[in-house]
Design a protein around this ligand. Structure first.
Ligand code: ATP
Length: 471
């Protein structure tokens, strides 16, 4: 199913005015529409070209026995169908439901309701024409092989194909993308489908290891080799021998540590601190960063040789705002997973879905998860409403930009809770610090009286990418 706004919709209805206006409005909403006025023409169109959704009237020529409903569901079960009728009848409603339609609407339909129904049907559909096209006959679709990676937009379908191909090949991989786009999810998926899956997947957060301890943390040390080395310690690389080492936030690694890492990758050999005999390991390296490493190399902040050594395969994750209707698909999947155990909440209002599509999601999928977790905890009915969303999304829904929320003016915050006001002020503070220090995390951390790690954690929480502030 094509979930991007350019999804192809077939509209079958014999009322010319309704047919024309619905087609025009859906086209304005970004969909590609083919309009026909009877069931025969609709079936012919289905034979001739692929569609992602069918909107079908019931009382129209050639549809006396609900032919479009029966043949459409029978021959193209992967295409969801919404029935829209001006003459509802219990038998037709029962038959429609029996045949698994996505929705049953009564005319006159408000356009927002129709649009909401269209979006839901496209988001909920579990198959994708893109994914299906990428699947050789007789094999499972990749979306089933990698159920933890949710995404149907063309970029994600292509990305899954790459993940599937590289998983089995033992090359090093570089994964880039904004914070919260799923770099770790992809790295874990590659490990889980590689011949190394029985061994360890070791996450090494480059921002969490102080520069002075990098060597001992990675390679291990022997007791007494430096002050504080009170016992022998096995290094992180030895712990994932025959497994995968995932270096997160690689772009933050200081240059001395970059040199040590390069040697370990090249030689698959290292010497623990205070020991003379080197240790040989067999480890696959997957590294991730939200920085543009090519730019970091050009600016002299990242070693060119390490970049080339790691980037044999480079996977670039698109930001959530560029993944079309994937945001709706992710939201629908997260809702049952993240709602509180005793909650009856089961859906999002149409305005919430619209807000999800319009918002720019600087914190990407992590921010979406947080927003849904919070909203489902606050929802008063079975439906998540705009008022249940965090301040930044509500601002976006009411036409304000994220920047106006950052400004944290008193008027912008007048409807916010205390926690939200503090959160908003902290966001604005971090943004202004990075602005002042041109994205330099160390300097921003120093001014704020935080460690680099502390600053990284805060930026991650707020979905702020320091790279956006570098000029
Ligand atoms: N395609 C996806 N499908 C489902 N969940 C996803 C997807 N991508 C990311 N997530 C979820 O979003 C959250 C953030 O993902 P992850 O930690 O992998 O992002 P990241 O890019 O590594 O972030 P950072 O750069 O901040 O470390 C996690 O809860 C993860 O499970």
């Amino acid at each position: 199913m094509n979930l991007s706004p350019s999804a192809r919709i077939l509209i079958a209805d014999d009322e010319p005015l309704y047919l024309r206006t619905t087609g025009e409005l859906l086209r304005k909403a970004g969909y590609t529409c083919v309009c026909v006025s009877d069931a025969g023409a609709a079936l012919q169109a289905l034979h001739e070209a692929p569609f992602d959704l069918i909107l079908s009237d019931l009382n129209m020529p050639g549809n006396l026995k609900l032919e479009l409903l029966h043949e459409g569901r029978g021959n193209w079960p992967q295409i969801p169908m919404i029935v829209i009728t001006g003459v509802p009848s219990v038998p037709s409603a029962i038959e429609s439901v029996r045949l698994g339609i996505a929705d049953y609407l009564l005319k006159p339909v408000k356009f927002e309701d129709l649009l909401g129904s269209v979006r839901r049907a496209l988001a909920q559909s579990s198959t994708t024409s893109h994914a299906a096209a990428a699947v050789p006959d007789g094999q499972r679709p990749l979306s089933e092989t990698y159920p933890e990676i949710i995404g149907r937009c063309p970029q994600m379908v292509e990305l899954l194909d790459i993940v599937d191909r590289v998983a089995a090949v033992d090359t090093n991989i570089l994964i880039t993308g904004e914070s919260g786009t799923g770099k770790e999810v992809i790295a874990r998926a590659i490990h889980r489908h590689s011949p190394r899956r029985e061994n360890r997947f070791q996450v090494i957060d480059c921002t969490a290891i102080p520069e002075s301890l990098f060597e001992s943390a990675l390679f291990g040390h022997v007791k007494g080799s430096f002050t504080g080395a009170v016992r022998d310690q096995v290094g992180l690389l030895s712990q994932c021998d025959h497994g995968t080492a995932f270096f997160d936030e690689l772009g933050e690694l200081p240059s001395t540590s970059q040199a040590k890492l390069l040697r370990a990758i090249q030689e698959q050999t290292f010497t623990p601190v205070g020991q003379s005999t080197p240790i040989q390991v067999d480890t696959r390296f997957i590294c991730a960063t939200n920085r543009n490493l090519e730019m970091e190399v050009a600016a002299g902040r990242f070693r060119r040789d390490l970049f080339y050594r790691l980037g044999v395969i480079h996977i670039e994750l698109p930001p959530l705002r560029d993944r079309g209707d994937d945001v709706l698909l992710l939201a629908e999947r997260f809702l049952p997973q993240l709602k509180p155990a005793n909650s009856t909440v089961s859906r999002f209002s149409d305005s919430v879905l619209q807000c999800f599509q319009q918002y720019d999601w600087p914190g990407n999928i992590r921010e979406l998860r947080n927003a849904i977790e919070r909203a489902t905890a606050l929802a008063r009915t079975d439906c998540v409403e705009i008022g249940d969303l965090p301040e930044a999304l509500r601002q976006a829904a009411s036409g304000g930009t994220r920047k106006s929320a950052d400004a944290s003016s008193v008027s912008a915050l007048k409807n916010a809770s205390r926690d939200e006001a503090i959160d908003s002020a902290e966001h604005a503070y971090l943004a202004s610090l990075l602005e002042k220090h041109v994205g330099n995390i160390s300097q921003a951390a120093q001014q704020a009286g935080l460690s680099r790690q502390g600053m990284h954690k805060l930026l991650k929480k707020h979905g702020i990418a320091a790279a956006d502030y570098r000029r």
